[in-house]
Design a protein around this ligand. Structure first.
Ligand SMILES: Nc1ncnc2c1ncn2[C@@H]1O[C@H](COP(=O)(O)OP(=O)(O)OP(=O)(O)O)[C@@H](O)[C@H]1O
Length: 304
């Protein structure tokens, strides 16, 4: 672990010791009298999958909305360090967070352009790059070389991601006619077309069958391994979380209640209590209780 990482506050330590890509410090988000996020701090590593889990209403989507500029946090600092630049996200609006910091996002409910073809969905995601190449003029209409080159690059990138998500054969059909699992993969491909530094996925496995869920895991691992970007994942499907995450943050009633490797949080009594309630944890058999205590012993804590 480098000295810069080891000097961080304990709240911000990443179990694997990799450099932080995103640092959230003392984030609080209030809606009138309701505190949806209450003084939450954590860091997400470069080239890692960080899962945000917690019961319904824990504040997961609100956290994403703060990171991606949909909400301006009431309090807190959100720092993204990527490609040699530092961005203070709490000071930026959603458009600049997407275009300058290259933070991409998918939503709980699929938001594709359903009347456009699968391929068009991926080209349209690159609209801003193309507009920049045209100098925000009619250059594109005259087919100038610089613009044509950008247009070709946009088409190549779209085809690359179509291939990666297994949709090349379906490139020309309307996105709204794709099967559900394929729509979810297309959304991720579209987000990847903005060449993100950080990809935020809100329940990507929702509604998927086990086969589609396996394909999703493979896709997310591919993105992590081949493109070395950070992924933030809100997910209720624990098989997905436990299989592909490097780091898990657990929220409950807006507060962080656990932070560590999947193995660590899985046996953290705070997490079990949040998911099952007090009564069930009291009824744990003594040998399970003993295992939990062993797992929680800092000496045995994985990644500690
Ligand atoms: N715009 C808003 N105005 C008022 N309250 C809000 C707003 N957005 C979220 N909340 C409240 O903040 C709390 C956290 O909601 P949030 O959607 O972030 O939880 P979540 O963990 O994503 O839940 P789920 O797993 O059900 O999606 C809830 O009590 C919710 O009602």
């Amino acid at each position: 672990m480098s000295s810069s990482v080891s000097s961080l506050s304990p709240e911000l330590v990443i179990p694997s010791g990799v450099a932080p890509l995103l640092t959230i410090e003392h984030l609080t988000m209030r809606f009138g009298g309701l505190t949806a996020i209450d003084d939450v701090s954590f860091a997400a590593g470069e080239g890692e999958i960080t899962a945000i889990i917690g019961p319904n209403g824990a504040g997961k989507t609100t956290l994403f909305n703060c990171i991606t500029g949909f909400y301006t946090p009431t309090v807190g600092r959100l720092t993204l360090r990527a490609r040699g630049e530092t961005f203070l996200l709490e000071r930026m609006d959603g458009f600049r967070i997407a275009q300058k910091a290259h933070v991409a996002r998918t939503f709980q409910n699929i938001r594709l352009f359903s009347e456009m073809s699968v391929l068009e969905n991926l080209v349209v995601a690159q609209h801003n790059e193309l507009m920049k190449a045209s100098g925000y003029t009619v250059t594109g209409l005259f087919g100038f070389r610089g613009y044509r080159k950008k247009e070709q690059e946009a088409a190549d990138l779209a085809r690359y991601w179509l291939d990666r998500v297994g949709l090349t054969r379906l490139a020309d059909i309307n996105a709204g006619n794709l099967p559900y699992g394929a729509q979810r993969r297309l959304e991720i491909a579209r987000a990847m077309c903005i060449k993100p530094t950080l990809l935020c996925l809100d329940e990507p496995a929702a509604g998927l069958n086990p086969k589609e869920s396996g394909e999703l895991n493979a896709l997310l691992n591919y993105i992590k391994d081949e493109h070395r970007i950070g992924l933030l994942l809100i997910e209720h499907d624990m098989s997905v979380v436990m299989e592909i995450s490097d780091h898990v943050i657990v929220l409950d009633y807006g507060s962080k209640i656990s932070d560590g490797t999947p193995l660590y949080v899985r046996s953290d009594p705070n997490v079990i209590r949040a998911y099952l309630g007090e009564d069930e944890t009291e009824a744990l058999p003594p040998e399970v209780e003993a295992d939990l205590r062993k797992d929680l012993d800092p000496q045995n804590r994985e990644g500690a």
